[in-house]
Design a protein around this ligand. Structure first.
Ligand code: HEM
Length: 424
């Protein structure tokens, strides 16, 4: 018996298709308070997994599918081709330095390359060194908060949330105070370009490429300096790693750039998202004041509810079917952290904030091989900052005068543009 063409087509998995307002537009239009839940609802309402027309991506909302993809060798972390496809009006020859740096980053690599790059970066961070970082971060927090006592009306994003991570990263590289603004501006430019947070024009491409070149030169000089005089810093640790692992100088520069870029915007945004949830829920703040040991758990719960990294994304290397959805080689899959964090096993009433939940997990720091390498450093900063603010300011609150504004400049990240508070 022969099968007709239509029967064959019927047997092929159907692609579920979603249509509507683009995610970015929806994010931008969301109410400040309702954003995390409204966004999770908007993304998950269209199905468990579907091809999303406005952004031409597959969207994953379920925990099981997210784990399958992030554990599968059918998907690659090398997303350069997809990012390039998003900028049809840009002459790509203008951004060759940018892409030659990003392509050697561990976050863009798979398999053996990823393993070696990640291992070398671990040697750069050194676990013990992160532990000894605690008093340094505490001191940084203290002096930041000392500065705000005189003027308790604080624009939290610019005065604190952007400053602390950049100071910590500068410390990671042991670079002078004078270079810190340069570092932070470079991180912002690189992240905005990669995360789709800019209009993709040739002018922006030229500016971003210049930043990539100046970072490469900066790190290249730093490498020469640390070769002569090693310090207790990231580059010296990576140079040690180079003696054991086969690692080029370009790879060291790419991992250094990645640490700088990945550790800045994420931490700033997560600090703000957590603070907004805390101050917008005075009963939770009260519970933590009464019972300070609840704070670490509360911070995990806030990350689950409102993750700074909005989507984790990968590209299919082969034609593959996930949960009945046909995905073709070269197509991008976007895993919604807001949705997956509300679909975790053994998490009752996942849409509710419950700071007393046991064993809180989330995708806020990713999952699988690319799980955030800076998670301990990120947690340390947030814990130290929140513990100090709660202890020092008994009437800590959102400013009654100026409402906060969320920042949705890209699909990749969600944070705050401004977050005025009263440190009383
Ligand atoms: C609260 C702050 C932070 C958040 C929310 C965060 C979030 C994430 C997420 C979601 C990923 C996974 C990306 C993916 O799978 O595509 C990731 C990876 C990564 N993060 Fe973080 N991060 C934070 C802080 C940091 C810090 C402080 C550093 C460095 C100093 C850092 C360095 C990295 C690196 C290097 C990777 C890539 C790991 C790999 O590819 O193996 N992150 N981060």
């Amino acid at each position: 018996m022969t099968i007709s063409q239509s029967q064959i087509i019927e047997k092929l998995p159907q692609r579920k298709i979603g249509q509507g307002e683009s995610f970015l537009k929806f994010k931008e239009a969301c109410n400040v308070e309702n954003f995390p839940q409204a966004f999770a609802d908007y993304v998950s309402d269209k199905g468990d997994i579907y091809y999303w027309q406005p952004e031409k991506i597959h969207v994953i909302t379920k925990y099981e599918d997210a784990c399958t993809i992030l554990n599968s060798s059918n998907f690659t972390a090398d997303r350069s081709a997809f990012v390039i496809s998003q900028m049809p009006n840009v002459d790509i020859s203008l951004v060759t330095s940018f892409f030659s740096i990003t392509q050697k980053m561990m976050v863009m690599s798979d398999g053996k390359d990823h393993e070696i790059r990640r291992k070398s970066a671990y040697m750069g961070i050194k676990d013990l060194w992160v532990n000894s970082f605690e008093p340094t971060v505490r001191q940084m927090v203290k002096s930041l908060l000392d500065d705000v006592v005189a003027e308790p009306e604080v624009e939290f994003v610019s005065q604190i949330a952007r400053v602390l991570p950049s100071q910590v990263l500068a410390e990671l590289f042991c670079i002078p105070q004078a270079d810190r603004d340069f570092f932070r501006n470079c991180a912002d430019t690189m992240t905005a370009f990669f995360g789709g947070g800019v209009a993709y024009t040739n002018d922006v491409a030229i500016k971003t490429n210049k930043v990539a070149v100046s970072l490469r030169e900066y790190f290249s000089d730093l490498i020469q300096e640390r070769r002569k005089r090693p310090q207790d810093d990231f580059i010296s640790g990576m140079l040690e790693a180079q003696k054991q692992l086969s690692l080029s100088e370009d790879e060291i520069i790419s991992q250094a750039t990645l640490m700088l870029v990945a550790g800045q915007v994420t931490t700033t945004d997560q600090i703000c998202n957590n603070l907004f949830l805390l101050l917008n829920n005075p009963d939770i703040l009260q519970s933590i004041r009464a019972n300070p040991e609840l704070l670490p758990n509360a911070l995990e719960e806030f990350k689950r509810i409102d993750p700074a990294v909005t989507f984790l994304f990968r590209v299919a290397k082969a034609d593959v079917v996930i949960n009945g959805q046909q995905i073709y080689a070269g197509e991008a899959v976007f895993i919604s952290n807001h949705c997956v964090n509300r679909d975790l096993p053994e998490t009752e009433n996942p849409e509710q904030i419950c700071i007393e939940r046991k064993g809180i997990r989330s995708f806020a720091f990713g999952y699988g091989a690319h799980y955030c390498i800076g998670a301990r450093l990120g947690r340390l900063q947030i814990q130290e900052l929140f513990a100090s603010m709660i202890a020092r300011f008994p009437n800590l609150q959102l400013s009654p005068k100026s409402p906060p504004e969320r920042d949705h400049y890209s699909l990749a990240f969600s944070g705050f543009k401004t977050l005025p508070i009263l440190c009383l």
